[in-house]
Ligand binder design. Structure first.
Ligand SMILES: Nc1ncnc2c1ncn2[C@@H]1O[C@H](COP(=O)(O)OP(=O)(O)OP(=O)(O)O)[C@@H](O)[C@H]1O
Length: 254
């Protein structure tokens, strides 16, 4: 791990007005994610996990605070610049896959590579390489409807990697998968972690959290706990780190 920060948030806040009341979905969160770190975000339903992930990925604008991806300040960007940044530097994985039904597995991945500016030849080569990497090369020519849930999610992960993202953001990636498919995705995340991919994953699944370098527990829009694995890969458990959002935890993980 290089120790350089890939993702940072300062006093990040998202408030929703509802029935005259204010919901603080994300409440003044501070966060630094070093390059190569895998972070699991857990917490009860409604505590703000998805909102946090959407803010970090520039899918939603915060009502307060700053977000930095490498040296880009994304909360202040124009829509156009933000769309470009997402396309070129961020990978997203969602619970419900979001594959295009009328495109084959390889075309789904290839399209993302093309949109990120790769030449048609390179995009096809990269798509095939990524499908191989996630273990579904033999399903490249199949439509999503002919794939299992686990295979679909692996194609979605390949697609998310097509732009060689600075960071991969995953929202409940195993939420729609059975136990066997969850294990497949789990193994894939372990491989990505070993390859140094920076990753933030929102999950209810303790097995996913167990392969992360760092686990953040959220409650009521804030960090209730922020813990890192003790030692290096294969570690011996979690050590409690900085609590309640004052929050910078440097050099965690590997
Ligand atoms: N568009 C919205 N308008 C109003 N309130 C919202 C909106 N989106 C989310 N919220 C509220 O913000 C809070 C956080 O929601 P969020 O979806 O981020 O939680 P979560 O931890 O991801 O939940 P889950 O685990 O159930 O997906 C909740 O109280 C939710 O009702």
């Amino acid at each position: 791990m290089t120790g350089s920060t890939i993702l940072a948030a300062r006093a990040l806040t998202m408030r929703y007005g509802r029935d005259g009341a204010l919901v603080r979905a994300v409440d003044e969160i501070d966060l630094e994610v070093p390059a190569g770190q895998t972070v699991a975000v857990m917490g009860p339903s409604g505590c703000g996990k998805s909102t946090l992930l959407h803010l970090l990925g520039g899918l939603q604008r915060p009502t307060g605070g700053e977000i930095w991806l490498a040296d880009h300040r994304i909360d202040a960007m124009s829509e156009r610049a933000l769309a470009r940044l997402r396309r070129d530097h961020i990978g997203f994985v969602f619970q419900s896959f979001h594959l295009m039904d009328e495109l084959t597995a390889v075309e789904n991945v290839e399209l993302a590579a093309l949109l990120a500016g790769q030449s048609p030849r390179r995009a096809r080569r990269r798509a095939l390489h990524l499908l191989d990497r996630v273990g579904v090369a033999d399903r490249a020519g199949h439509l999503p409807s002919a794939l299992s849930g686990g295979q679909r999610q692996r194609v979605a992960i390949a697609r998310a990697l097509s732009n060689e993202p600075l960071i991969l953001l995953a929202d409940e990636p195993t939420g729609n998968l059975d136990s066997a498919a969850t294990v497949e995705v789990l193994r894939l995340f372990e491989e990505l972690r070993a390859a140094g991919q920076t990753l933030v994953v929102v999950t209810h699944d303790a097995r996913i959290a167990a392969v992360a370098d760092r686990m953040i527990s959220m409650r009521d829009g804030a960090f209730a706990d922020d813990s890192r694995l003790v030692g290096s890969a294969g570690g011996t458990g979690y050590a409690t780190g900085t609590v309640y959002g004052s929050g910078t935890v440097y050099g965690g993980g590997r």
